[in-house]
Design a protein around this ligand. Structure first.
Ligand code: ASP
Ligand code: MG
Length: 460
């Protein structure tokens, strides 16, 4: 049994859903369980509609209706589906009307709203798969056993989900049915719809795989796997053949939006390999994520950067040799709900980074009482995911590039997971620096020594 997850762009319209059909047919013997995201940008469109409802008191779901109805028409799907979809549009429209009247959107209603994207996409895709003679059934995640806590917007699945999911899916599969399950969503114990955070369908897929002891999870996207850098920044970014779970998690966390940051956890525990593939180019080998290191681990696997980061420097002589000082500092951040990313400390100071969208006023006020605190905005984290057993080599090369680029590194941290080296630079310097680092660590083909020796006669 395998789990195949298709992201939004892989099911964005009729043509894409047909390709998904072909991919599934080609692997049908491996008994797939499907997990789907909302079609294309539907989640964003729903959130925009909610915004319009609040700000302008006006309900508009035309864009959402159009994409789905056009797809149904182009796939030639029947009346029953159209009726089911009309009901969902009606419910979505009514909910937005409520929001437009109250001009209020709670986390709970927001999750209820965005759940329509996944619910519509599984219904359309399952109907299409039936039309090509596969016995597919659309299933809402809560009917398949997904129970979460009530942290709307980024809910955590409850422990009992796993047993519920496996017993439900084993019985569905035993009937010879191909399950097509909504990613991203769940319900809490009171029956409220919740979501697992943006991009959460990856996590739904790996949770199902772990629960059902699948032999593999395939994450189908619109790029040839995990790339060595963000292709928007680096023109010749190329797919990475293989990464470990740790490396994939670090990449997801530090700005490479390839996978949901928490998605690796279920597979890490069970050792199920994850394959990241391109539904627009199924022949490409993609990236394989699994445990352990391979024989020829490269010096570095990939580079990422995350902009709009705040650097906080806290200095206090009280810190010297005093137990509990750091705990006190971190408690201030925790109590004000501010989440910390990177940390570096010396005897008398601690530097840390935060996402810029957090309210820092209250923490600053508290800390200013007993330490010097300096807040620097407009910073970026550049992260190198690589073989940290060779960290000195990586650092020499990386800092050589920084020096050449005239960039001063403002903080550095080497992650405990032993795969990442991160450093802070100014926001504006990050794009060019990433380009230069990529060129240094992944020289363009014509610059590699291998290629040079191949061009006969020209080698000295
Ligand atoms: N549709 C949701 C999102 O766009 C979940 C997902 O795609 O995984 O974030
Ligand atoms: Mg999406």
């Amino acid at each position: 049994m395998i789990v195949m997850k298709f992201g939004g762009s892989s099911v964005a319209g009729a043509g894409r859903i047909r390709s998904v059909g072909e991919i599934i047919v080609s692997q049908i013997k491996r008994r797939p369980i499907l997990v789907l995201s909302a079609m294309g940008d539907t989640t964003d469109h729903i959130l925009e509609a909610a915004d319009t409802a609040i700000k302008k008191g006006f309900v508009s779901i035309e864009k959402i209706e159009e994409v789905h109805l056009k797809t149904i028409a182009e796939l030639g799907l029947g009346k029953a589906l159209q009726k089911e979809m009309k009901n969902l549009f009606w419910e979505l429209g009514s909910l937005l009307t409520g929001i437009s009247l109250t001009r209020e959107l709670t986390g709970r209603t927001r999750d209820y709203l965005v759940s329509f994207g996944e619910r519509m996409s599984v219904r359309i895709t399952a109907a299409y798969l039936r039309s090509i003679k596969l016995e597919a059934r659309a299933i809402d995640a809560w009917d398949a056993g997904f129970v979460s806590d009530s942290s709307f917007g980024s809910a955590e699945l409850r422990g009992e989900s796993s047993v519920r999911i496996s017993s439900f899916l084993y019985s569905v599969i035993a009937e010879g049915i191909l399950p097509v399950i909504t990613g991203f969503i769940a319900k809490d114990e009171n029956g409220n719809i919740t979501t697992l955070g943006r991009g959460g369908s990856d996590l739904s897929a790996t949770v199902i795989a772990a629960a059902c002891k699948a032999e593999e999870v395939q994450i189908w996207k619109d790029v040839d796997g995990i790339l060595t850098a963000d292709p928007k920044l680096v023109g010749d970014a190329r797919p990475v053949e293989r990464v470990t779970y740790d490396e994939a998690a670090e990449l997801a966390y530090f700005g490479a939006q390839v996978l949901h940051p928490r998605a690796m956890q279920p597979c890490m525990k069970t050792g199920i390999p994850v394959l990241v593939k391109n539904s627009y180019n199924p022949q490409a080998p993609g990236t394989r994520i699994e445990a352990g290191s391979d024989k020829n681990t490269p010096l570095i696997r990939a580079l990422t950067s995350k902009t709009n980061v705040i650097l906080v420097d806290i200095a206090s002589t009280r810190m010297l040799g005093q137990p509990g000082f750091l705990a006190e500092v971190f408690r201030e951040f925790a109590s004000k709900g501010v989440s910390i990313d990177m940390v570096a400390t010396s005897e008398v100071s601690v530097s840390l980074t935060l996402d810029a969208d957090q309210e820092l006023g209250p923490v600053k006020k508290e800390l200013a009482g007993y330490a010097g605190i300096e807040i620097k905005t407009g910073r970026a984290i550049v992260t190198i995911i690589g073989d940290v057993r060779r960290s000195s080599e990586i650092l020499r090369q990386a800092f050589g590039v920084c020096e050449e680029a005239g960039v001063q590194v403002q903080m550095i941290a080497q992650g405990a997971s032993k795969v990442n080296i991160s450093f802070i630079v100014n926001d504006g310097e990050a794009p060019e620096l990433v380009k230069r680092l990529h060129r240094s660590f992944f020289p363009p083909e014509e610059e590699t020594p291998k290629k040079k020796t191949r061009s006969k006669g020209k080698t000295p």
